[in-house]
Design a binder for this molecule. Structure first.
Ligand SMILES: Nc1ncnc2c1ncn2[C@@H]1O[C@H](COP(=O)(O)OP(=O)(O)OP(=O)(O)O)[C@@H](O)[C@H]1O
Length: 225
C-alpha cells in the first residue's frame, strides 16, 4: 500500500526532517509511527498525502510513484486517503452533518446520497444522534469522532492519523484506537502517528520509530518502565 524507498526531506531553509527513510505498510495493515517531537512523523504523513514532496528517494502508493502525480491530480489522488488530525479541524460554524458531508459534496455526490453516507459514517463512530449538533456542543472525544467520520465517509482504503488522541484522556484515547481497529478489521490500512508510547504498548501493533529523521526501529513497542 505504502512504500518509502530511501526517502529524504530537506525543508526550504535547509532543515533535514527525514534521512534515508525506507519502510512499507501492506494493504490491510495497521501500524503506529512514533518518535520525539520533531522526529519527522508529520513529515512522513505529509509525503504520503502529497502535502510535501521528497527531496530524494521515492514514495509509492499501490505501486504508483507519487512523483508522477501532477499538481492538478493531487486532489483526485487524495480521495483515497482519510486524514485525521489532533485538532480535528472541524468547521465550528457548521453542523456535524455539514462537516461530514463536505468531502462528498466536493466530490459531487447528490444530497440524498450524501445524507445516506453521512448517516452511515456517524453510525459507525456512534454519533448518529448528534447529526444536527454544532461541534461546540460536543465533547473533545466526540469532536474527534466527527473528524473520523469525515475521514471515512467516502470509504478511502487508507487512513492516516496525526496525533489523533493528543488531547484526550487514556479512556477516550483507547476508544478512538478501537474505532481505527474496526475500520482496519474491514480491510482499511491505518497509519497512526503518536508520541503516546503507553497507548502503543498496550496495543501490541507494529511500531515504526523515528529519531532525528531516521527510522531507528520497526517492530513491537516495549511497555514503558
Ligand atoms: N514546512 C516546514 N518548513 C521548515 N521546517 C519544517 C517544516 N515542517 C516541519 N519542519 C521541521 O521538520 C522537523 C520535523 O517535523 P515534523 O512535523 O515532521 O515532526 P514530528 O515528529 O511530527 O513532530 P511533532 O510530534 O512535534 O509534531 C521539525 O524540526 C520541524 O521544525
Amino acid at each position: 500500500m505504502i512504500q518509502f524507498e530511501q526517502v529524504s526531506k530537506v525543508y526550504p531553509g535547509g532543515f533535514q526532517a527525514l534521512k534515508n527513510v525506507s519502510f512499507s505498510l501492506a494493504a490491510g495493515e495497521m501500524a503506529f509511527l512514533t518518535g520525539h517531537s520533531g522526529a519527522g512523523k508529520s513529515t512522513v504523513l505529509k509525503l504520503i498525502s502529497l502535502m510535501e514532496r521528497p527531496t530524494t528517494g521515492r514514495v509509492l502508493i499501490n505501486g504508483h510513484d507519487l512523483k508522477r502525480i501532477k499538481r492538478k491530480q493531487i486532489a483526485y489522488a487524495r480521495r483515497d486517503i482519510g486524514m485525521i488530525f489532533q485538532d480535528h479541524r472541524l468547521l465550528m460554524d457548521r453542523t456535524v452533518f455539514d462537516n461530514v458531508a463536505l468531502p462528498l459534496l466536493i466530490e459531487g455526490y447528490s444530497m440524498s446520497e450524501a445524507r445516506k453516507r453521512v448517516q452511515a459514517a456517524l453510525d459507525k463512530v456512534g454519533l448518529a444522534d448528534k447529526i444536527r449538533h454544532y461541534p461546540m456542543m460536543l465533547s473533545g472525544g466526540e469532536q474527534q469522532r466527527v473528524g473520523i467520520a469525515r475521514a471515512v465517509v467516502n470509504k478511502p482504503p487508507l487512513l492516516l492519523a496525526d496525533e489523533p488522541t493528543g488531547n484526550l484522556d487514556p479512556k477516550l484515547s483507547a476508544e478512538i484506537i478501537k474505532l481505527f481497529e474496526e475500520f482496519n478489521r474491514v480491510g482499511v490500512s491505518v497509519l497512526i502517528a503518536t508520541h503516546d508510547l503507553s497507548l502503543i504498548a498496550r496495543m501490541r501493533y507494529r511500531t515504526l520509530t523515528l529519531k532525528d529523521g531516521r527510522m531507528i526501529d520497526d517492530g513491537l513497542a516495549e511497555e514503558p518502565a
